[in-house]
Design a protein around this ligand. Structure first.
Ligand SMILES: [Zn+2]
Length: 172
């Protein structure tokens, strides 16, 4: 059973997750909590939720933040097929790392390069951001087809002078 204080704690945790979501996936909208007979779940703005992981608010607040973060990840992955968040350096999906109590709380961690911490959960906006996630670029723009096409053209233009160059030099 969810008591008032528990709900307030879950909401506070979800606000931290929402900050991180707004940084990288601003088009997703505001996540919600839904109460069901099976417990509380993190849901998408339209109410859809993944019933795999009920969230509870017992224990330390940092643990609650970690659970809600994982539930949000699962919800986005299972329903929207979105890997979130991603490492700004490696573009791989991050996982929630529990750390010692007394630290700033759980953090987004990347498994590559021997493992590194990207940001404390709720402070992803302070981490270096990849080009594709800068403000002004809408996530709903989808695949960067236009940009890739431009890059291909750029490469082609760059190659033409190089291919002609040796011939010119040979004649000179
Ligand atoms: Zn990384």
């Amino acid at each position: 059973m969810i008591t008032g204080p528990d709900l307030a704690t879950l909401r506070a945790a979800l606000r931290a997750i929402q900050r991180d979501l707004d940084v990288e996936q601003p088009g997703t909208g505001r996540l919600r909590l839904v109460g069901t007979e099976a417990g509380m779940f993190v849901a998408l703005p339209d109410g859809r939720y993944w019933p795999g992981r009920a969230v509870v608010a017992d224990g330390e607040f940092t643990e609650t933040v970690a659970r809600v973060a994982e539930a949000a990840q699962e919800c986005l992955a299972e329903i929207l097929w979105k890997t979130w968040p991603r490492c700004p350096e490696h573009e791989t999906g991050l996982r929630v790392g529990r750390r010692d109590s007394g630290s700033d709380g759980p953090a987004w961690e990347c498994a590559l390069d021997g493992g590194h911490t990207v940001a404390v959960v709720g402070e992803l906006g302070r981490a270096a951001r990849p080009r594709a996630a800068r403000p002004g670029m809408r996530v709903s723009d989808g695949p960067t087809t236009g940009r890739l096409a431009q890059t291909d053209r750029q490469l082609l233009d760059d190659q033409l002078p190089d291919e002609q160059l040796p011939e010119d030099e040979a004649q000179g």
